[in-house]
Design a protein around this ligand. Sequence first.
Ligand SMILES: [Zn+2]
Ligand SMILES: [Zn+2]
Length: 454
Amino acid sequence: MTPASTTVATPPTPFQGSRAVGDPMNEDDGLRAAGRSPKRYALKVRTCSNECPPVDPAPKKARPAAAIAASTLPMLEVEVTGSDDGREKAALTIHSTVPRGFAIVDDACEGKKIIATRDFTRGDLLYVASCALLDLSSYEQRYELKIYSEDVENQDAGRRRLLDARVNTETHSVDDGHPLPVAGDGSSRLRQVYGWDSFMNHSCNANAHFPPLRRTRTESHYRAIAIRDIAAGDEVTCDYALFDYSYDDQDIEICVCGSEKCRGKMFGFHALSLREKVDILHLCDPEVREKFLASESIRVFQSRLPDGIGIVTSGDGQEKYLVSTHGFEVGDVIFENRIERIMKDCDLPSECLLEVDGVYHLLSIEEHFIHRTDYVEMIGFDCFMQHSCSPNAHQVYSSRDNYVVYATKSICRGGVITCDYMALDNEAVGLESQVTITFKCNCGEKNCRGILRC
Ligand SMILES: [Zn+2]
Ligand SMILES: [Zn+2]
């Protein structure tokens, strides 16, 4: 009996992968993406007693970025071994190499987790990876996962060192859920099988997200992007809600991610509050986002930020501000804008969504719209301009639906742009704004009027 060995969804020669660290696919791949983002399984719900020994994570010292050369090793290979005569069941082995810049550490309390071994900056490409799409029923619902690290001591490219080998079952993979291909009964039997990054833990305030790149019959490729700065030694985490609309069978009833923003549990995207959903919507798997937008009967407006303008959110997420990204002098046009009129006789919901350049915001009709007698004005990104009793900007209406915002003081780069909410009348057509909210002004100006009704 001679064992036959075939390789599925692998590079042509072992250890010479075509998709290595630092070899990001181009943006066109992303636009063509049809696959799903990674959905990672929790190896276990993280619980921790107070007597945890201190975590010893590894290299705290960051290596200079220039020293991090692209790895030549593939991150995921699928190996199938079986017998010619069919008397033995085929066996499946997943070989996965941890890319440079990361390590898997085994913490006595929390179990295995992934940490960064160098510093990353917000927006950095952390790595490009893929998961294998496999029908595990051909392999008795099990596979061996072998994790390697690149042998950096040995300068010969292509050397790697076995770190860990374990037999995983179907429960360590993720239901693909992709519409094609399907089994005879109409259901997909494909499972998403991940390599080294299947050890990534959930956090309600994750520091990485995973836009899909492209999907083939046997693989789904994705990027890992830093949501914020990640220092060497930090755990790299993902938010499972980004990938799972309903987190069937793998609920985390008590989340101990330790984040200040911990939601306490993880039952999938659908179980989040509307605000929580909207806050992460731009990071979600496209399928999760589409499902949300199709299922919620909420109106979505769209807007684009003009040059020189940005939106920033306060640390607690409660306030949003319009800021200048390059600075303006007195008399400068800050931006021009066009309103969208919504008649009051149609059913106005109390809340709606605004998508600004791919990021979603939850709006209140009363707070974020300008109310006229017969209609309300949707003013897009400009609804985040804050009030000041001594503002640095003033809007001038040129018609019923168009206005220009001028700087009335010089505004430095990064400065908050403000207007007077008591001066929102449209003088071009003689329309007053209606009072909808009362609030206590905290502008801090000498002439602050205190309680405002506007
Ligand atoms: Zn949490
Ligand atoms: Zn004030």
